[in-house]
Design a protein around this ligand. Structure first.
Ligand code: ASP
Length: 173
């Protein structure tokens, strides 16, 4: 990992060399009684336009849970998550498709975003997206998964007090 270019601050450089900050976190949890909760921190995105509302505070977008099915959340390009109601879509899919893997559902949520993004500026000359979103989700039975558009996303998972880092499945290298 590259060292931060501005020691002592959260600033780093994006892939285009622009200084930016990040740090949005989604947390989904199932307790011992199988009750579900979630939260997503206020967006840590840099250079937001004044007045912009990202996906983090919007239910169904940056976070959603249904105590009958599961929970999901997102980090990354909020406009894309809002456009596809990503977290709501994932929780509905968890309920609809109980045998499908959570990661597979998250991966399809990523694909829905890419398929519905029509601005040419969002893709490079090889049709690779210039942006990413990572989804995180857990079912009521504790099964969990994560997927992102561009390789590099990960989730911290804690089961029975044991923590581990999970590399998110991805659509593009
Ligand atoms: N999803 C956040 C937003 O678009 C950004 C982030 O995850 O860092 O506001």
């Amino acid at each position: 990992m590259r060292p931060p270019p501005f020691p002592g601050s959260h600033l780093t450089l994006d892939p285009f060399g622009n200084p930016h900050t990040y740090g949005t976190i989604h947390c989904s949890a199932v307790n011992g009684d199988k009750d579900i909760g979630c939260c997503t921190t206020t967006s840590g995105l840099a250079w937001k336009l004044p007045g912009r509302v990202g996906d983090s505070p919007l239910l169904g977008c940056g976070l959603y849970c249904d105590n009958a099915a599961g929970s999901a959340g997102a980090t990354g390009r909020g406009e894309s998550v809002i456009h596809t109601l990503g977290s709501f879509w994932i929780v509905e899919a968890l309920a609809r498709d109980p045998d499908r893997s959570v990661t597979d559902i998250c991966l399809e949520a990523c694909k829905r975003i890419v398929d519905r993004t029509h601005e040419p500026r969002m893709f490079d000359e090889n049709k690779r997206p210039r942006f990413s979103v990572t989804f995180y989700a857990v079912r009521k039975n504790g099964a969990y998964g994560s997927a992102c558009i561009l390789k590099g996303g990960y989730a911290a998972v804690c089961v029975d007090g044991k923590a581990q880092r999970l590399e998110s499945e991805y659509l593009f290298e």
